[in-house]
Design a protein around this ligand. Structure first.
Ligand code: HSE
Length: 440
């Protein structure tokens, strides 16, 4: 039986999971793939920590370059993360004609076009199912299963940390900081959580999905990104009254010559299945002209769910090697010469419905002043709620709008926030609701 040799760079959480599945599931995988997949080398700077795996003598080393330069290794698993050493090692592996499997969305979102060029030039595969949505097979779904569809939109909960935090605020009414501390205590958030809570991780994933779905060059820089740190229990409670949940969504829509691409907290109706995706789970809906909507759901992080996707990629490459079909599926779904530079639509031009919350003094004429400014900017109000009655302190006034343009909304809110009857900055949360502009 043919043997395919694997070298792994980094043996942290995902690497350890991949090694466990490859070693403990060796027979099962062999019986499905038809080749022996051997973990020949594993490199990590920490060779002391017990990973609970019995590596054969000489497998575990501390020099990653020995892995990418080893002529016997066919497939390199890049499990280091980051954009510096991981990139150098990946490029060398490609240069040496090795196929690569990675979970590194930050690297692909920032340097995917360059990696595509190098891999195409060398005729090697770069597989990255684990980079988006952990165990959910979203890359395979777009690249293979939906190949006959014109994809018009994707909407995803692509960051488990944010989903966990928002779920805690929703279920327990705690503030963001408390929910973040809980997420850190439970191991669902990093000590430095900014990549997740500020929305960057979800944007990395959206940049990758956009390339696959629309045949565009990877474009991370033009995605509008807002995180969840300003979401309060009060806004979540108001959202509930209007029939909505707040989720951090990664949204993209094909608009003909351009693509809408944004990551921000979003109100979605209870009837949207994404509103029921709780805890640290991920889910994504893809809309195609033949399938209408399909949805994937599962763990977007964690040792074994993510490693499951890594091993799936290894098996795909191994099968392609066995049948002499390496490169059968283009790296970013489209043939490289058909990938275009499709612009991301400026956020200011996008129109949607909005939730606003103003902290305003409870005096006659306040509401008409705010409504007047909104009217000046062509923003039509669908409903208004004021909570409580105070003679001196500000009270929350909440409004839902009909469809309005982002540029008009920003201009109006900037004028409203400068009114002396308005305390604090107005809160704006965007709404995604298919029936959003109908009467409530
Ligand atoms: N940090 C990510 C999340 C997992 O919280 O979903 C890896 O992409």
């Amino acid at each position: 039986m043919k043997e395919i040799r694997i070298g792994m760079l980094g043996c942290g959480t995902v690497g350890t999971g991949a090694a466990r599945i490859l070693i403990n599931g060796a027979e099962l995988i062999q019986s499905r793939v038809g080749a022996k997949l051997t973990l020949k080398r594993v490199a990590d700077i920490d060779t002391e920590t017990d990973r609970g795996i019995r590596f054969e003598p000489g497998v575990f080393i501390n020099d990653a370059w020995r892995v990418v330069d080893d002529p016997e290794i066919d497939i390199v698993l890049e499990m280091i993360g980051g954009k510096t050493l991981a990139k150098d090692l990946m490029m060398r592996a490609i240069e040496n004609g090795k196929h690569v499997v990675t979970a590194n969305k930050a690297l692909l979102a920032s340097h995917g076009n360059e990696i595509l060029g190098a891999a195409t030039g060398k005729g090697v595969e770069v597989a990255y199912e684990a980079s988006v949505g952990g165990c959910m097979p979203i890359i395979k779904t777009i690249r293979e299963s939906l190949v006959g569809n014109r994809i018009s939109a994707m909407t995803g909960i692509l960051n488990g940390t944010c989903n966990y935090i928002l779920s805690r605020i929703t279920d327990e009414g705690v503030e963001f900081e408390t929910a973040l501390a809980q997420a850190q205590a439970e191991g669902f958030a990093e000590a430095d959580p900014s990549l997740d809570v500020d929305g960057f991780d979800a944007a990395h994933k959206l940049a990758i999905l956009n390339a696959l779905a629309y045949g565009m060059e990877i474009n991370l820089d033009d995605i509008t990104i807002e995180g969840i740190s300003s979401i309060t229990p009060m806004d979540i409670a108001f959202a509930r009254r209007f029939g909505y949940k707040i989720k951090l969504l990664a949204i993209s829509k094909h608009r003909g010559d351009s693509v809408e691409a944004r990551v921000h907290p979003t109100m979605i109706p209870f009837s949207n299945p994404l509103s029921n995706v709780g805890a640290n789970l991920n889910a994504v809906t893809v809309t195609g002209d033949a399938v209408d909507d399909i949805m994937l759901y599962g763990y977007g992080a964690g040792m074994l769910p993510t490693a499951s996707a890594v091993v799936g990629d290894v098996a795909d490459i191994a099968r392609n090697l066995l049948s002499g079909a390496a490169g059968r599926i283009p790296l970013f779904s489209y043939q490289p010469d058909r990938i275009q530079k499709i612009p991301v639509m400026p956020m200011d031009e996008i129109a949607m419905t909005y939730y606003f919350r103003f902290a305003a003094l409870d005096r006659p004429g306040v509401l008409s002043k705010i409504a007047g400014i909104l009217g000046d900017h062509g923003i039509s109000i669908k409903s208004v709620q004021q909570k409580g009655r105070q003679s001196e302190a500000a009270v929350p006034i909440v409004m839902m709008t009909h469809e309005a343009r982002e540029a008009d909304v920003k201009a109006a809110l900037s004028r409203i926030s400068s009114l002396d009857i308005v305390a604090d900055r107005p809160v704006l949360i965007r709404i995604e609701d298919e029936n959003g502009d109908e009467e409530m």
